[in-house]
Each structure stands twice: as C-alpha cells, then as structure tokens.
Ligand binder design. Structure first.
Ligand SMILES: NCc1[nH]cc(CCC(=O)O)c1CC(=O)O
Length: 306
C-alpha cells in the first residue's frame, strides 16, 4: 500500500512530513510513503500579518482539500496551525509525541530578553508573543516578522531587528538550535496551544488508514493537547486574540495554564487548573470558563465590537 502525505513546502513542514514518513515506515516496513508538497495561501501572502488575512487556517485548507479530492491520504501539520474545527469527514487522527514547547530568543548581540536596551526592536507577528512581551518589557519595540524560519533568521542577520522570537522546536528540527540564546521560560511567555507537537489529519471513515496511523499516536501528548485545544475552542479564539495554553501531565493529573490578553499588553489574564487526565476536555472547558470569569470575556467582547 502507498500512503500520500500532503505537506507544505517550507523546510520545517518538509522535515515534519519526512519525520512522519520515517515513523510510518518503521512501524510498517511494507508500506511505501510519498510526499505531496504544496504551496498554501499562508505561504504566499507573506506581507500581511497572519491575524489580518484569515488566520492559521490558511496553512491547512489546501492540504485538507487535497485529502478530500483524493490527491493525498493524510496531511501533516504543526498542531499549533490547526483550527479548532475540522471540515466534515476529516479528523485529527494522530498526535505525535510532543517536543520542546518553549519559545526561543534569537539575537546576534544580546544573550536574553533582560539584556535588551530601551527601544530595542524585537521581531514577531504572533499576537500571543507581542502581548506577553509588551506586558513584561514595555520599553521594547515590536516589529512584524513573517516568513518561514530561514527567512526570519535572514532578516535578523540583515540587522532589521535586534532580536526575534520563534518556536524553539522549529529551530531544533532544522538543526539551527545553536542560534537559540535563551529558551524563554513558560512563566514569561506561555506557549501556543499545541506548540511543539505534530498532528496527522485524515478521513474519519478510513479504518485501514486509521489503524496504520495508530502506532504513531502518543497518549501522553494527546491528553495534554486535547485539554489545550478544548480551552481554545471554548474561548473561540481565532488569530485575533492573544491566547496561550500549556498543560503538563504527571501521574494522571493534568496541570493546565491558560492565558488571554490584549495586544497592547495592558491586560493579562492567567489561570491555572489541575484535574484528572481522563477529563482532559472538560478541564480545558473549565479553564476557559475561569479565564472568562476573570475578565477574558471583556477582552473578547471588545474585539468583536471593533
Ligand atoms: N507560526 C508558524 C509556526 N507554526 C508552527 C511552528 C513551529 C512548530 C511548532 O510550534 O509546533 C511555527 C514557527 C514559529 O512559531 O516560530
């Protein structure tokens, strides 16, 4: 049997698709696996901030369409990029073992965020990073930064920024870990929902494919990510709101940390919750409720009114 993997063409996306290919071949030596690389809207519209052009869904829609058109069998995504809801007939079949979750501080002159002087220019287009940076380091200037990992590093090296913030895991996968000056503590910048984990999307009714994918699923990571995604869904947080969530699993107990803020950093709402992993989804909902009660409802309402 041959399995066709729909993937974006960026080096990180290709790394992730190849990783899934190797895992599939290791579990089932008789398979053949083929990559179907595609350019998505999110890769083409590089001038506008993601939050203004329709959000993360831009990276996944074309890959989903390829599965629905039977041009591919599965799609490999960064779970961070997958919207809360799936199109009819598709599902998130597999959550692979999660890797490093923290954001990375990258700079050619400075060793960490604390060392940046007044007015230093920090590159990131993520509202989540912007908000948390502004709240803790109001003396910094934030400047938009898009493009794939290599493009972002090139812009830093071209002196357009004093420092940039990226997901550590992307640098690690591309053998660029040596560029990381500081792994940013999650108490400083809470990571994005699903950050550091790879997901596989496929047809919900394809029993054969689902059983081939089963060995790639990591139950520990699954519990954590189900809780995080449930929080995100309950908040209906698209790309317009700074939202973050990170959960850790210890001996069947999930510890969830959630965050909602406004982009200028003037408001930050954080909440923490513990509970049994068997209730991951409910815990995510409860965390969302807690955040809403602590004032996130007002932040979300104001955005809708704009
Ligand atoms: N925002 C784009 C994006 N989507 C997934 C990753 C990296 C992989 C991951 O976080 O799981 C990145 C790059 C980044 O945030 O620096």
């Amino acid at each position: 049997m041959n399995i066709r993997i729909a993937t974006r063409k960026s080096p990180l996306a290709l790394w992730q698709a190849n990783f899934v290919k190797q895992q599939l071949l290791a579990a089932h030596p008789n398979l053949t696996v083929e990559l179907i690389p595609m350019v998505t809207k999110g890769d083409v519209l590089l001038d506008s901030p993601l939050s203004k052009i329709g959000g993360k869904g831009l990276f996944v829609k074309q890959l989903e369409q390829a599965i629905l058109n039977n041009e591919a069998d599965i799609a490999v995504h960064s779970i961070k990029d997958i919207p809360a809801e799936f199109p009819e007939g598709l599902m998130l079949a597999t959550i692979c073992q999660r890797d490093e979750v923290r954001d990375a501080f990258v700079s050619n002159q400075y060793a960490n965020l604390d060392q940046l002087p007044n007015g230093a220019i920090v590159g990131t287009s993520s509202l989540r990073r912007q908000c948390q940076l502004r709240a803790k380091y109001p003396h910094l200037q934030i400047k938009e930064l898009r493009g794939n990992v290599g493009t972002r590093l090139a812009k830093l090296d071209n002196n357009e920024y004093d420092a940039i913030i990226l997901a550590s895991v992307g640098l690690k996968r591309l053998a660029l870990e040596h560029r990381i000056k500081q792994y940013i503590d999650i108490n400083l910048i809470l990571p994005a929902v699903g950050q550091g984990a790879i997901g596989i999307e496929t047809r919900s009714n394809d029993e054969c494919l689902l059983s081939l994918l089963a060995p790639l699923d990591d139950n520990h990571s699954r519990q954590c990510i189900i809780a995080e995604r449930a929080m995100n869904k309950a908040l209906q947080g698209g790309c317009q709101v700074p939202i973050a969530c990170y959960s850790q699993l210890n001996n069947d107990t999930l510890t969830l940390q959630g965050f909602v803020g406004c982009v200028d950093g003037s408001q930050i709402i954080r909440a923490e919750l513990k509970g049994p992993a068997s209730q991951a989804e409910q815990l995510g909902h409860n965390l969302a409720k807690q955040l809403l009660n602590q004032g996130a409802d007002k932040i979300l309402r104001e955005l809708i009114d704009e």
